[in-house]
Design a protein around this ligand. Structure first.
Ligand SMILES: *Cc1c(COP(=O)(O)O)cnc(C)c1O
Length: 229
């Protein structure tokens, strides 16, 4: 299958999962995860109308963004980000999904202030308590959302999670449901203008379970671009 056929299949699966959960398909945005994927294959995805891409490494992203030179595209940082890369990240990405400490949020804030930007971010939460995964505990998430959002050049617009891999994607569902409930709890304590709206959850193996539980951003790599070596 070509990249464009795969993309179509992924979009169909997301739309079907949304409808069967009583949601509108356009409530779910597809982030095509292009780590390790070269610019030529990204261009193929762009020709089918895919304009949002996710990258894990700042340097790799910078090279591709430069070589594609496409103003229509938006880029999301989905991988672990070190504070000393915040300056580059702020210059490249529309959304940073992986903020899991106040120190990182402060570094992003300082970098964004220098270029007069308000950087949109998500707080990454380790809902399953999986020690191998990044993210703050659900207990710490509420405070981090509040503290990061108080920074002038950072706007927290939602939460992200990455549950452990399961052969049966239905087993990831409780983690997705937990993230949705956590966002509802956080929003209950905020006024209308400050509510979080984005839930970044679901990858190639578990996208339909994530959409069923309310994902607004799904991060899909291998189902679009094939396996990474
Ligand atoms: C690589 C990656 C993805 C995409 O994973 P696939 O299984 O290839 O769809 C999603 N989110 C994060 C954080 C990733 O690192």
């Amino acid at each position: 299958m070509t990249i464009s056929q795969r993309l179509e299949q992924v979009r169909d699966r997301i739309a079907a999962a949304a409808r069967s959960a009583g949601r509108q398909p356009d409530e779910v945005r597809l982030v095509a995860v292009s780590k390790t994927v070269g610019a030529d294959r990204i261009r193929e995805a762009v020709t089918t109308g895919q304009l949002v891409f996710g990258e894990n490494y700042v340097q790799e992203a910078r090279e591709k963004i430069d070589s594609l030179a496409e103003d229509r595209l938006t880029w999301h940082m989905i991988g672990r980000l070190q504070s000393n890369k915040a300056k580059q990240a702020v210059s490249l990405f529309d959304l940073i999904h992986s903020v899991d400490s106040l120190k990182l949020a402060q570094a992003i804030n300082a970098a964004a202030a220098r270029i007069h930007k308000v950087q949109s971010i998500l707080i990454q939460v380790n809902v399953a308590g999986d020690t191998a995964k990044a993210g703050v505990t659900p207990e710490a998430a509420t405070d981090l959302v509040h503290d990061a959002d108080a920074l002038d050049h950072v706007r927290v617009i939602g939460l992200m999670t990455m549950p452990p891999y399961f052969d049966d994607p239905q087993r990831a569902r409780p983690a997705f449901a937990a993230l949705r409930r956590l966002m509802a709890e956080i929003n209950a304590g905020r006024d209308a203008g400050g509510r979080l709206t984005e839930l970044s959850m679901g990858m190639s193996g578990d996208m339909t379970a994530a959409v069923a539980e309310g994902a607004t951003l799904v991060r899909i790599g291998t189902a679009i671009f094939g396996g990474r070596s």
